[in-house]
Design a protein around this ligand. Sequence first.
Ligand code: F6P
Length: 320
Amino acid sequence: MRTIGVLTSGGDAPGMNAAIRAVVRMGIHKGLRVMGIQRGYNGLINGEIYDMNRATVSDIIQRGGTILKTARSEEFRTEEGRKKAYNVLKVFGIEGLVVIGGDGSFTGAQKLSQEFGLKTIGIPGTIDNDLAYTDYTIGFDTAQNTVLDAINKLRDTSTSHERVSIVEVMGRRCGDIALYTGLAGGSESIIIPEEDYNFDELCKTIIEGKVRGKLHNLILLAEGVGGAEEMAKKIQDVTGIDTRATVLGHIQRGGSPSAFDRVLASRLGARAVELLCEGKSQRVVGIKDNKIVDIDINEALAMKRESNRELYELAKILSY
Ligand code: F6P
């Protein structure tokens, strides 16, 4: 293997830059030529590719977003689009591809390998933490800290007004951001797609809390359940307590990556290159019990994710 490419795809996540840096610098360390592909699979189809070196990735480890830009490519979903992409890879002499993104991005890598025999390795980069084969994805830790910062501020105003505050956080169908920040932020309730919830019970908890002297009530709601505004109105109607909804949105995707995300991204980026050098393909890297692991991409995509029940139950006990 002489030349490898790296791209970021799907929603950006803090720490993607640290992963790009690790891929480039480990690649150069191994004697490879490393090419950066801009705008995900769209940029690959359009040949938006440039040579990277140690200097092109300096001063980026602390930056959020991705210097390579990212996109969700409709064209790449078609066979014709993928053929174009593969032809571009051939023109640039790219023999191995590192894809940083979520499950949709991994599916793209899997198709390039299966249809054209290209060597691919996936690195999990998404704030959602929704990939079953890895304990953590790059960006999840930073997103949690961003949410916690917002929760701390909301607590101030909710306490002053003695209100209920519903905070809707991202995660697509996965409730991890809500679950972890609900626990870490000392919320009264956590509503996630993986666990059933009962609206009457929720209102009862709010009223009981008020009677016990709670000055505010914080509810973490995952976007996979959604409807924060509507829920706030219903809670106010039933409990008679002033209720406000806050949808945190894309603020959760930005910001300087945490130390955890930088270290994770550096380890995963480096390992991805090593795997390509070992001749491996169609694998994704991840972290299990603080050890860097890699598994077959098909296996990874087929794995069903389970929510952390233990944390959910613990948060319930501690919220009382
Ligand atoms: O996958 C990351 C994510 O931020 C999800 O949590 C969210 O549902 C989605 O992307 C938002 O996508 P977009 O940036 O296209 O609005």
